[in-house]
Write a protein that binds this ligand. Structure first.
Ligand SMILES: Cc1cc2nc3c(=O)[nH]c(=O)nc-3n(C[C@H](O)[C@H](O)[C@H](O)COP(=O)(O)OP(=O)(O)OC[C@H]3O[C@@H](n4cnc5c(N)ncnc54)[C@H](O)[C@@H]3O)c2cc1C
Ligand code: FES
Length: 274
């Protein structure tokens, strides 16, 4: 096992941008600015804040734009709160990358239906931008993205570029009518149902809060999507990231190693109580 998987390497925060009231985007680079870290969309890293601890965070940048790595972090507790107190030029530790990532080769040639809620867009953004940078390898792209209110939508600065990309549609939704809002109103699964995109030659990739995933999976099944073509991510509690500590196992599998990306057909074979 390589040293980088067990021992945090020190990286420097280059920029910090606010995405929503509780979520910041960190652009991180090597201490000397010569960034060299290979990863796949859908992988995550263990981010350590010195003196506070470590937590798993998805890589939200794409390896097709290789000058830096980015993380979107929502403040929920000790480590994420300490990270929110950092400033550009300060240092963090990184271990990884970990996990399997999205099955990019198997998705080539297919239409893609991205379905995201809240910060669930973070890992999908890596794959969306990867696909837009390799546009000829993939079919039509539809992105349904929802949040409770407009100011809670992450990555708003990128929406125009996504909408203008060839054969790509972005369907934004918020939970309740809000003055000035031009997009859709309703929960993400309701928009999935309303769009009714047929499953033929299309893969659905969903990431978001458990309740959104639960109803989205039901709607995709009702639309006829085979479990093989439905992909989602599991964010169980994790510690080591390398299949050693047993924090993340479901029956015989370690989510940190075999996941966090799974086809629904794979999840159906796991014990039900995760
Ligand atoms: C593979 C993976 C990828 C992730 N990607 C991102 C990301 O891109 N951006 C992001 O902001 N967060 C992400 N998370 C979640 C993030 O790891 C947790 O929010 C983080 O561990 C919280 O640490 P903390 O010390 O700030 O909170 P703590 O003080 O440890 O906990 C605060 C509260 O959050 C709950 N909590 C902690 N971890 C989790 C978890 N994994 N799932 C559900 N509840 C939890 C605790 O039970 C507690 O109620 C990811 C998690 C995993 C497993
Ligand atoms: S996080 Fe330790 S085994 Fe998965």
């Amino acid at each position: 096992m390589s040293r980088a998987l067990l021992l945090p390497q020190v990286f420097k925060i280059k920029t910090i941008k606010r995405l929503t009231p509780d979520t910041l985007l960190y652009e991180v680079t090597d201490q000397d600015g010569n960034f060299d870290l290979s990863y796949r969309p859908g992988q995550f890293m263990e981010v350590s804040i010195f003196g506070s601890g470590e937590c798993p965070i998805s890589i939200t940048s794409t390896p097709s734009r290789p000058q830096h790595i980015e993380f979107a972090v929502r403040e929920v507790g000790l480590v994420s709160g300490a990270m929110h107190n950092l400033e550009p030029s300060e240092h963090i530790g990184l271990r990884g990358p970990f996990g399997n990532g999205f099955p990019i080769d198997a998705l080539k040639g297919k239409d893609i239906f991205f379905i995201a809620g809240g910060i669930g867009l973070a890992p999908l953004r890596s794959l969306i931008n990867y696909m837009l940078d390799h546009r000829e390898d993939f079919g039509a792209i539809d992105i349904v993205y929802g949040a409770r209110s407009p100011e809670l939508l992450c990555f708003a600065e990128e929406f125009a570029a996504w909408q203008e990309a060839p054969d790509t549609r972005l369907h934004l939704t918020i939970d309740k009518e809000t003055p000035g809002w031009q997009g859709k109103v309703g929960f993400v699964p309701a928009i999935v149902k309303e769009l009714g995109l047929p499953p033929r030659d299309r893969a659905a990739i969903a990431c978001g809060p458990p309740v959104m995933i639960k109803f989205t999976l039901l709607d995709l099944a009702a639309l006829g999507y085979p479990d093989e073509d439905v992909i989602t991510t599991l964010e169980l509690k994790m510690k080591c990231g390398v299949g050693k500590c047993g924090r993340c196992n479901i029956g015989p599998i370690y989510v940190c190693r075999e996941g966090p990306v799974f086809r629904l057909s794979e999840l159906n074979r796991l014990p039900a109580e995760y």
